[in-house]
Design a protein around this ligand. Sequence first.
Ligand SMILES: [Fe+2]
Ligand SMILES: [Fe+2]
Ligand SMILES: [Fe+2]
Ligand SMILES: [Fe+2]
Length: 427
Amino acid sequence: MDIQLCIDYDIKKVSHHSLFSLEEVQHMETAEQSLSLRRILFSLVSLLDFTEQDILSSITHHGRRTAYTALHTGRKLGLNEQELFDLTAYSLLHDIGIIEHQYPPSNMQTDRLVLERDPNHCESGQRILSSFYFLTPLDHVILYHHEYEDGSGIYGKKGDEIPLFSRIIAMADYLDTRLYRKGTPGEVRNSVSELAGVTFPKQIVSAFIAASETETFWEDLMPENITYALERTMPRLDTQLSLKEFIRTAETISAMVDGKSPFTSTHISGIASRALQFAEASGFSQEHSRMFYIAALLHDVGKLIIPNRILEKEAPLNEEEFILIRRHPYYTEKAMHQMGLDPKIIAWARNHHERLDGSGYPNGLSSVELDFESRVIAVLDIYQSLIEDRPYRKALSHAEAVEILKDLGAQQKIDRDIIGMLEKLMG
Ligand SMILES: [Fe+2]
Ligand SMILES: [Fe+2]
Ligand SMILES: [Fe+2]
Ligand SMILES: [Fe+2]
């Protein structure tokens, strides 16, 4: 073992013991953690804000405002608390499908109405939400969220062919995209009343009219109030997910992040499966492996804030674009914190661009602050990136990638023991 390896080995021993007390490690091995569906939902909504900003150049709170309108309309329709919770959840995420699509094709910003008319966002949204198995399964709710009573919607469905939740969401979406900004509350109510029985069912329009009678309703829709208003009025229900249950959700979220750009389409899935190989080789317990796998799955979730025009840029990035790229681990941490994940899982994910010599980001942590799991994800992240195509270069071979890793190891940026493990496991 050469001197450098000894140093790294010692650093690792120190960091492993200084980061967790024995009690914490025991807790980590045995505790069954649970996560709140409600928190996961709101975290996803916050991430969607960035997609909206990328595409439309402003955050309009469209998902939240559509959800608020749908929830209060549903309440007047007499839906029970579970149904109202589900309706709000579906409405919050009704446009989640836009993440997977390349809007706009160039550097231009697009218009929400253009985006809302594209059937692709209905299809991908339906597929994504169907894999969120903890939401009450409901057929075609997202697929048909732009269908109107008279058959003038995207798929030409009419009346009873459209599920109830889709009909409510269609009206709430229409109100937010076309009517709310165009007039006083009275004018909005008159405009939607004119569409009753033609575009939207009479009963649903009447329920909205009843729900929107108060000044509170309109005040709640204001951008500065909408999150508070939803939290205040959403049914007090929640579902707790175990880490095991959450894994499927994390896999869906990571597929969304991978799906954002063709250049990174296998990035996270590749890292996550290699992380499991490391977990097995390191003798992690089942719970520890699950935690580590979730960290690998979500390490780049903050990439949802980066516009595709930057992710796919062929020319070298300018300084402003670099700064934007370097912001993503911060948003990974924020999203995972909002989901209520264990701080250890969050740190392993957030630290993937930190370097042992303190030259990484977002916190410039040094070797003593970087534990084994953080170091493994950092090495896997570089390795996986090197063996993938990038807009500015072709994928490298395993041997070429390992050479570069060794070079970085020699510069004390990444852990050389872990590079050795990777060579053994992936060779
Ligand atoms: Fe939509
Ligand atoms: Fe929408
Ligand atoms: Fe990253
Ligand atoms: Fe990554």
